[in-house]
Design a protein. Structure first.
Length: 225
């Protein structure tokens, strides 16, 4: 995977965009890249980059969070540090945007900073979520995200999973769907994801794009120990 500059990771609620963002950051950092990641998810109280701050920082990734008093708030408060890291030189800066069209509206606050920069925005698709289980639904979500973010989606990611119940067939089904979305929209499939448990069971010849291994650094509250 060849990612540099600014990459926005977006998607509908439950798509796994935050998990995708943090694992992409970790994978790129392990190749020696200087990586920043900013938590822009100001809507969803459960799956957020801030929950993975310690392991990410241990890898040498700079993590930008909302101001401390707002870490657990659901208010549209954007840390000035986000704009600052966008102005700084780094190999890769990942913006973990909020879910759906509502979550990405915060990107509009960065319009003046982003306007002269090359920005890639990835749409993360999980075929097992209600609104992205067919091509029409994926495209509808895409259009809503673009309208609110004032940015164009430039690539697609399949993050097909049913957590611990995920099988190779689930990964293949997600890949097949995202390929159909790509054919309809003309957007490239940048990569797909697969959890560490299912990864060895996959037929890699079935894919024409990279596979990002997922190390589940984030867990829902009911599965935390």
């Amino acid at each position: 995977m060849d990612f540099t500059g600014i990459v926005v990771v977006a998607g509908n609620y439950g798509s796994g965009k935050t998990e995708t963002a943090i694992n992409l950051a970790a994978a790129c950092r392990k190749t020696g890249m200087a990586v920043n990641i900013a938590d822009l998810d100001l809507v969803n109280p459960y799956f957020r980059t801030r929950e993975a701050r310690i392991p990410l920082e241990a890898l040498g990734i700079k993590v930008i969070l909302p101001d401390r008093q707002y870490h657990f708030a659901d208010l549209p408060i954007l840390s000035p540090a986000v704009a600052d890291i966008l102005r700084q030189q780094s190999d890769l800066t990942i913006l973990d945007a909020g879910g759906d069209d509502v979550g990405v509206t915060v990107l509009a606050a960065l319009a003046s900073v982003l306007k002269d920069k090359s920005v890639r925005m990835l749409q993360v698709i999980n075929v097992f979520r209600p609104f992205t289980n067919d091509v029409a639904g994926c495209i509808k979500i895409q259009q809503e995200i673009e309208a609110s973010a004032k940015l164009h989606i430039t690539g697609l990611v399949s993050n097909a999973n049913l957590l611990d119940e995920t099988t190779p067939e689930h990964i293949y089904r997600g890949y097949d769907l995202v390929q159909k979305v790509a054919a309809q929209t003309g957007l490239p499939v940048e990569f797909i994801t697969a959890g560490q448990k299912v990864l060895p069971l996959l037929d890699m010849h079935r894919f024409s794009c990279p596979v990002l291994p997922i190390d589940r650094k984030l867990l829902p509250p009911w599965k935390r120990i």
